[in-house]
Design a protein around this ligand. Structure first.
Ligand code: MN
Ligand code: MN
Length: 298
């Protein structure tokens, strides 16, 4: 199909837009609730419930990353943590019938305004260069330039991505640095761009904690709680990520351990920079249009 034949008014794009509109509102409301002493679990559940009230579904658990954490942290069901004078990243997703929007914002309670600004400005610069035919490497170069200019490092082993139907991460990757072998963005592509800036090394590693999981393959399992969990996962979340605390079954942790041991689900370990480093993040979802792009999560 030639580029010009893509119908950007088609139902799937309308659903992406609806998801984006819900998400923009929930991001603002959730960010307002992030303050010293507020509970992580309250903020996550507030956002997830608001998404449902507004007619969407969470596309993945609300990620609340603190200081050196960059991604995949979400509260456990009995989480008692509260915010301190920290750098807080909220990463939130919505889907409408499996059509997604994905956004993130840094709420800085730590007094490091410049680090938060660096990822914000990098995202603006990236959005400015998006148009049909642009190489993803040029988008990455725009991000890297801005973050370098602030004297920080982009996190290079985290990237933006395409958003598929019931799929949070599809091709193309949108790098957070200049790369030579990129792909080209075309009209109708739906992608998330997400610069991370850090005063650490610019590479994240897997930590020990795991509260987010997703279905890996179809399968069957004998244990009753694991079977109940698997039923809920395949019906409700399908291939999208979910949190341990979202499972209705008793003994959710045990059920997930069994499903994981059988390679039916996989986990997302928390991703972290070096100890003592800080990470900021800003993310929007966009549709590539003939003139440039339409940001769905603004
Ligand atoms: Mn995200
Ligand atoms: Mn994303």
């Amino acid at each position: 199909m030639a580029e010009t034949d893509v119908d950007l008014d088609a139902e799937q794009y309308e659903k992406h837009r609806e998801a984006g509109e819900i998400l923009a509102q929930v991001r603002a409301e959730a960010a307002e609730r992030v303050e010293v002493g507020a509970s992580h679990l309250d903020v996550a559940e507030y956002a997830e419930n608001r998404i449902r009230e507004l007619g969407g579904e969470p596309a993945f658990p609300v990620n609340i990353s603190i200081d050196e954490e960059a991604a995949h942290a979400t509260p456990s069901i009995d989480d008692e943590e509260t915010f301190g004078e920290e750098m807080v990243n909220l990463d939130i997703g919505v889907h409408v019938d499996g059509w997604l929007a994905d956004t993130a914002i840094t709420v800085d309670l730590s007094g490091h305004d410049e680090l938060a600004e660096a990822s914000e400005e990098a995202l603006d610069a990236a959005l400015d260069v998006v148009e049909p035919g642009v190489e993803t490497g040029e988008v990455g170069a725009a991000i890297e330039d801005v973050i370098d200019g602030y004297g920080f490092n982009p996190v290079v082993n985290l990237t933006g991505h395409g958003l598929g139907h019931w799929e949070q991460h599809t091709a193309p990757n949108i790098p957070n640095r200049a790369v030579s072998q990129g792909t080209t963005l075309e009209v109708g592509d739906v992608v998330a761009i997400e610069p991370f800036a850090t005063d650490g090394s610019g590479k994240v590693n897997e930590g020990a904690d795991e509260e987010i999981f997703a279905l890996e393959r179809e399968g069957s399992i004998r244990n009753r709680q694991a079977r109940q969990a698997l039923e809920q996962i395949t019906e409700e979340f399908r291939t999208l990520p979910f949190a341990t605390r979202w499972l209705d079954t008793s003994r959710a942790k045990m059920a997930l351990r069994r499903l994981k041991a059988n390679d039916i689900v996989h986990g997302y370990p928390v991703l972290k920079e070096d100890d003592g480093a800080l990470v900021s993040q800003k993310e929007h979802t966009l549709i590539v249009t003939p003139d440039g792009c339409e940001v769905t999560t603004r």
